[in-house]
Design a protein around this ligand. Structure first.
Ligand SMILES: Cc1cc2nc3c(=O)[nH]c(=O)nc-3n(C[C@H](O)[C@H](O)[C@H](O)COP(=O)(O)OP(=O)(O)OC[C@H]3O[C@@H](n4cnc5c(N)ncnc54)[C@H](O)[C@@H]3O)c2cc1C
Length: 477
């Protein structure tokens, strides 16, 4: 039956519309190679109508569909899981910016459109697009919507949920919901688009979206500064807020030893200043000319209070770019080897510092040589955190201690009122673990919504939350 379905799909999609075998290799595994699955074929539809036809066929034949954008999610959400016959539905060919409307401050794009392309299209009409993070050159707008992505500008503009004005979605039975409205206000009942934001492809396939644009600030200027006393990080952040006000558009925390590693690895990066420190912050103000003055005032007051010790202020585009390239190259995945345990977590912002200290203590109490690396978006309480224990995966003692560390840190995050998945999504990586984060009532509501949209369970099974899968089943009861 699968052979027949594959033949039907190939005919429906035409020769450019599908891949299989070797050509599909990069689609069936995630970019780290941490998750790998099996697919009958990779469907590459070129229009909403083709997506709908593929979904109808899969629904009729009970074939599982895994939507995939840029495959940068890093938690196994976009690769197949399990042994049911399955296709990957890649949005790669649906990558156009359809229209940019500077007066409405909106852009309409196909779901496979790369995030960077939306930045470029917005800049062409003197507007700005808010979503920005290291994978901007390969992540798609459909993936951003489906994971409710965040990034560097959340502090000023909010996350993806705050940028979406409307969506078009192919539902699991193949019907197309055209919710491409660009309205700022609409009180006419349930705002259904929000169901698809952060749904990780479980309720349907986002095919197009209308996204919010913003006025383009005339100038961005970033300061790279060494932190005097990390225990007073929140005081520093509050100072940046009060001086920068609406000009403050980013406030990132980065560890000094990762700066050293990134500079050693990438010759294109320049060390912003010779001062070494345990922690640095990147503070960006955006606006008119007075931002330089404001940044200097911020620095002066911060030094006086012992919050900062030294700083380099970007003086031109090349220096500005260098600072953000440095930030992009900090993720330890690119700079370290060995087994990484990772969290894209959030805690209330005033608890970041005690949380970091306790995190290190807990990891080391279980396994003394653990290295704890944290960096991220201080203004949102969102930290990319990783722990690197020493040992060999596959060794039962090592595997057990990794498990113990993960559950100790998850518990710690929850004890701080935080989330173990603040970005990237749940995927497979956090599928079992996320159970500890919500009540049975919440899981029950999620299960009802999933069953209502997708009674046959063909949309991305075993991801996010799936009552039909493993242990998570109990949580829904
Ligand atoms: C270097 C690096 C830095 C990153 N930094 C950040 C960061 O700061 N903040 C952040 O939030 N994320 C970050 N990410 C994670 C990632 O880029 C985002 O989660 C992004 O939104 C994923 O987009 P994608 O197109 O790659 O989606 P994919 O990885 O392809 O898919 C992600 C999920 O969405 C589903 N999906 C994809 N497209 C659709 C669609 N059209 N319809 C329905 N479901 C769909 C998939 O099935 C999967 O469940 C980073 C990743 C990397 C590699």
């Amino acid at each position: 039956m699968s052979n027949e379905a594959v033949a039907e799909l190939k005919e429906l999609l035409g020769p450019r519309g599908w891949l299989e075998g070797e050509d599909a290799a990069t689609y069936v595994a995630d970019i780290r190679g941490a998750y790998r699955g099996v697919a009958l074929l990779v469907a590459r539809p070129a229009s909403t109508e083709e997506v709908a036809a593929v979904v109808r066929l899969c629904n009729r034949r009970g074939i599982v569909i895994v939507p995939q954008g840029g495959n940068t999610g890093l938690c196994g959400g976009a690769v197949p899981r399990g042994d049911r016959p399955c296709i990957i539905l890649s949005l790669a060919r649906m990558n156009r910016v359809i229209s940019v409307d500077p007066l409405r401050y909106s852009v309409t794009a196909e779901a496979g459109c790369i995030v960077q392309s939306i930045h470029d299209a917005a800049a062409d009409v003197d507007r700005a697009f808010a979503l920005d993070w290291g994978a901007r050159g390969s992540a798609t707008i459909g993936g951003a919507i489906s994971t409710n992505a965040g990034g560097m500008n959340v502090l000023r503009f909010g996350n993806t949920r705050d940028q979406v004005l409307g969506v078009e979605v192919v539902l699991p039975d193949g019907r197309v919901w055209n919710g491409l409205r660009a309205l700022r206000k609409d009180s006419s009942g349930y705002d259904l688009k929000h169901l698809f934001i952060g749904a990780e492809g479980t309720l349907g396939i986002v095919t197009r979206a209308v996204m919010r644009l913003h006025p383009r600030p005339p100038r961005d200027q970033t300061m790279y500064a060494s932190v005097g006393d990390v225990s007073r990080l929140m005081e520093l952040f509050a100072l940046a807020r009060s001086i920068g006000d609406a000009n403050l558009t980013a406030f990132e925390l980065i560890p000094g030893h990762m700066v050293d590693r990134a500079i050693a690895k990438y010759p294109s990066l320049t060390r912003p200043m010779e001062t070494r420190a345990e922690w640095f912050v990147l503070v960006r103000f955006s606006g008119r000319d007075e931002i330089t003055e404001k940044l200097e005032t911020f620095f002066g007051e911060a030094v006086e209070r012992g919050l900062l010790t030294d700083a380099a202020l970007a003086q031109n585009m090349a220096q500005e770019q260098n600072l953000w390239n440095l930030r992009d190259e900090i993720p330890p995945l690119k700079l370290m080897t060995g087994k990484m345990l990772k969290w894209d977590a959030s805690v209330p912002i005033d608890r970041i510092v005690p949380f970091l200290a306790e995190c290190e203590q807990r990891a080391r109490a279980i396994h003394a040589p653990s290295k704890v690396i944290a960096f991220g978006h201080v203004g949102d309480g969102n930290l990319h955190m990783s722990i690197w224990p020493e040992g060999k995966p596959g060794d039962p003692v090592f595997d057990k201690l990794c498990k113990d560390i993960v559950s100790a840190i998850d518990d710690l995050i929850w004890s701080y009122g935080g989330s173990i998945c603040a970005e990237h999504g749940v995927g497979v990586e956090n599928f079992e673990r996320v159970r500890g984060q919500k009540t049975p009532l919440e899981f029950g509501m999620m299960a009802s919504i999933r069953a209502l949209f997708d009674p046959k369970g063909i949309m991305n099974p075993g991801k996010m939350f799936d009552p039909a899968y493993g242990e998570a089943r109990d949580a829904a009861e």
